[in-house]
Design a protein around this ligand. Structure first.
Ligand code: BGC
Length: 750
């Protein structure tokens, strides 16, 4: 008998097309067919229903009526698995077409197990921390039936007055891009249709981090070039990482609210990046275009949003109310509505909701799983930044027989979880006080005297008591910072000094003459110059989440060694803001503090000679630069070699250097590569982070490390608004932060 050997077509086409790709294409084609079939059977009202997202808050009866009529596509804020299944059952069994609902929730840095706030995670410079955090969040949230999170927040932000700085990855475009993409991978897992995957939603698209004055919801004025060079890249990277959805932002940029901005939603997101997922508005941001003065009424707002490329509206119901007339009048083409519905259904198909709409109501034992808590603890360890360590007070040695635990954040379980925690349970949080007791309680005397009840507490009555108790200890551990409600959405501050009487507390503790270790738990960089001067050591942990206590205790006693680096420049004074490392140069850059306020003679004559760009009262330097952080050990960088000092546009630049642990402890260093394009058709930043890596070395160990940087990554949007590498002189630095390292020149040639 003749045997016929059968090869799948894709094998014959190899190496041009992989079998996996062919399988994916087949699946997508089948999905498209199903979507077209469904779409052809939908009434306009049912289509608009898919475009409607409603908020639940437990009132499932009202919503059920709407679902039955096919008027709801997605629900947010329902987290009870029984109610989620009940709502889903109404959609599947009682609505005409049985289209499943997409259940959403803000799962920002954990569902139940709370990880450090995203800004803290960014301080780890470790994409694995971000990916693991998002994975745990996805596993926990999906176990109750949530399949869509409104994260990651990847708004580059350079103003810590803005409360939402806590939710993002800080000031840097590259760091935000890397961490954001890692979070997308973590939320979505290997495949969206795994029941433990949740759709990511990079937000807020776009420019929201640049709100004027750091005041939430404010306008932004970001010209296209800066938008493309600074604010768009993290979103492009998130789209490339496969993010299933995007959310528009509240701000109007140069007069155009994002929710009605065709340029960013259609031309860039879909046109240039090929995004085919769904775009949702932010909370009521379609209707808020009326408030902006961009639409006369909700009808015009709905028209502008949909025509600009929005697919789903969050909570303001203008689409369901206004689109029937708009379509009838021809102001919105039904084809536009169809496209929006396709985008929505595509995400539902990819999530596997049509095959698997329900959740296992009894699966809740996965919440706070030991491995989740361990990952959260590791994240909190890596997120902490050692900003100062004079006289090597840290790590605490066995000779330390007593510690005073002081300050309003030492035992504040709710506060240490940080902003955007709807579901975390404070009773599961381990505070530093409890963790210290667990770790060393039998060997070290622990004197707990908080001094202040909460971060804004102005009542100084307890300070003397705290200082007197602290004076009996070998070392004082002072936990200060911000309550969680002082950062996050709509929680902006015009003054970034420590709130309440915390400064007085630190001053009183310093007066005891005992070494003060100041641990700051906050949602943003605070202006702590004065207090940092009084403290021997400063550990900045941001809001570290459920396992913040054990992580900090381990760091204090040297069981772990700090490795975090500042994801933002820390200002000395609020008035210096915006202060960020990747600024353009002025024609008169300051390199030293010329004449400061108190050096100026009375009636000094005005002169423009020698004038440079700085503040009379704050100088030109920040308190701590971007990328900065100490360790218990020390590292030496040396012997930086470049593959070539003359490169062409399609070359890959290889930068190799030696990194040596020159101290006493095993430690991890975040080595950073910065580049400057010396001269451009438009002025270029003085430095830009291009690569970073975490390297763990034993005492005395030396390793050769390599960064590879394709020259194509030196491209930027130039004077002709084209993304190009402009040949010419460049410089690079391999360094422990954005302000040190030796400048090494290289050249890009035609
Ligand atoms: C926020 C979003 C959030 C949404 C849903 C809005 O107010 O700006 O970031 O995802 O609410 O809760």
């Amino acid at each position: 008998m003749k045997t016929v050997k059968f090869f799948p077509l894709c094998m014959l086409l190899l190496p041009f097309v992989s079998c996996t790709q062919v399988a994916v294409d087949k699946k997508e084609a089948a999905m498209d067919k199903k979507i077209e079939n469904l779409l052809s059977r939908m009434t306009l009202e049912e289509k608009l229903g898919q475009m409607n997202q409603v908020s639940s808050y437990g009132n499932i009866e009202d919503i059920s009526g709407l679902i039955k009529k096919g008027e709801v596509g997605s629900i947010l804020n329902e987290v009870d698995p029984v109610r989620i299944n009940a709502l889903q059952r109404v959609a599947i069994e009682e609505s005409r077409l049985g289209i499943p609902l997409l259940m959403a929730r803000d799962v920002i840095h954990g569902f139940k197990t709370i990880f450090p706030i995203p800004l803290g995670q960014a301080a780890s410079f470790d994409p694995q921390v971000a990916e693991a955090g998002a994975r745990v969040a996805a596993i926990e949230a999906s176990s109750v039936g949530i399949r869509w999170t409104f994260a990651p927040m990847i708004d580059v932000a350079r103003d810590p007055r803005w409360g939402r700085i806590a939710e993002g990855c800080g000031e840097d475009t590259y760091l935000t891009s890397v961490m954001g993409a890692a979070m997308v991978r973590g939320f979505q897992g290997d495949s969206l249709n795994s029941p433990t995957s949740i759709a990511a939603c990079p937000k807020h698209f776009v420019g929201y981090g640049a709100v004027e004055g750091g005041r939430d919801y404010n306008s932004t004025f970001i010209p296209e070039r800066r938008l493309r060079n600074v604010y768009l890249p993290p979103f492009e990277m998130a789209a490339k990482a496969g993010a299933a959805t995007f959310m528009t932002s509240f701000n109007d940029n140069d007069g155009v609210p994002s929710t009605g901005n065709k340029f960013i939603l259609k031309d860039v997101l879909r046109g240039e990046w090929g995004f085919d997922g769904l775009v949702v508005t932010d909370w009521a941001s379609a209707n808020e275009m009326v408030g902006h003065g961009f639409a006369t009424d909700s009808k015009e707002a709905a028209m502008k949003a949909v025509n600009a490329g929005v697919d789903m509206e969050m909570v303001s119901y203008t689409f369901v109310k206004e689109l029937p007339a708009l379509v009838w009048e021809g102001k919105v083409k039904e084809a536009v509505v169809d496209e929006a519905v396709r985008n929505i259904l595509r995400v539902k198909y990819r999530l596997g909701l049509f095959d698997n709409p329900y959740t296992d109501e009894k699966k809740t034992d996965i919440l706070y799983a030991p491995s989740h808590l361990e990952a959260a603890r590791q994240a909190a360890v890596e997120s902490a930044i050692l900003l100062k360590n004079d006289r090597e007070v840290l790590p605490l040695q066995p000779s330390v027989k007593s510690v005073a635990v002081v300050g309003p954040l030492a035992n504040a379980p709710y506060e240490q979880m940080g902003t955007w925690v709807f579901d975390g349970d404070k009773s599961r949080v381990i505070t530093p006080l409890n963790a210290i007791k667990n770790l060393v309680g039998d060997k070290v005397q622990i004197i707990y005297e908080p001094g202040l009840a909460f971060s804004r507490d102005k009542n100084t009555a307890g300070i003397a008591k705290a200082a007197s108790a602290a004076s009996r200890a070998d070392v004082i551990l002072a936990f200060v910072g911000e309550e969680s409600i002082l950062s996050g959405e709509a929680h902006c501050l015009a003054d970034l000094n420590l709130q309440g009487a915390q400064s007085e507390l630190i001053a009183a503790l310093a007066r005891t003459g005992k070494p003060v270790v100041m641990i700051v738990m906050a949602g943003r960089p605070l202006t702590i110059e004065k207090e940092a001067e009084l403290a021997s050591s400063v550990l900045y942990s941001f809001h570290p989440g459920t396992m913040g206590g054990p992580a900090i205790a381990d760091l204090l006693w040297g069981i772990s060694v700090p490795s975090g680096k500042t994801p933002m420049t820390f200002p000395r004074m609020t008035g210096q803001i915006p202060v960020y490392y990747a600024h353009n140069n002025t024609g008169r850059p300051a390199t030293k503090n010329e004449v400061l306020l108190d050096d100026i003679a009375v009636e000094a004559g005005q002169t423009s000679l020698g004038c440079t760009s700085f503040y009379l009262d704050a100088g030109f330097e920040p308190l701590y630069p971007f990328g900065y952080g100490l360790s218990y050990t020390t590292f030496r960088y040396g012997n930086v070699r470049l593959s070539s000092k003359e490169l062409r546009k399609d070359d890959v630049l290889t930068v190799t250097f030696d990194l040596e642990n020159t101290g006493k402890y095993e430690g991890t260093e975040v080595a950073q590569l910065y580049v400057q394009d010396k001269v451009g058709s438009v002025t270029r930043p003085v430095k830009e982070l291009k690569r970073f890596t975490r390297v763990t070395l034993k005492p005395g160990e030396k390793r050769s490390i390599t960064f590879e940087l394709p020259v194509s990554e030196l491209a930027f949007w130039n004077i002709d608004m084209e993304k190009v590498v402009e040949p010419g002189d460049f410089a690079l630095w391999v360094a422990p932060d954005s302000q040190s390292g030796e400048e090494i020149p290289f050249e890009v040639i035609e």
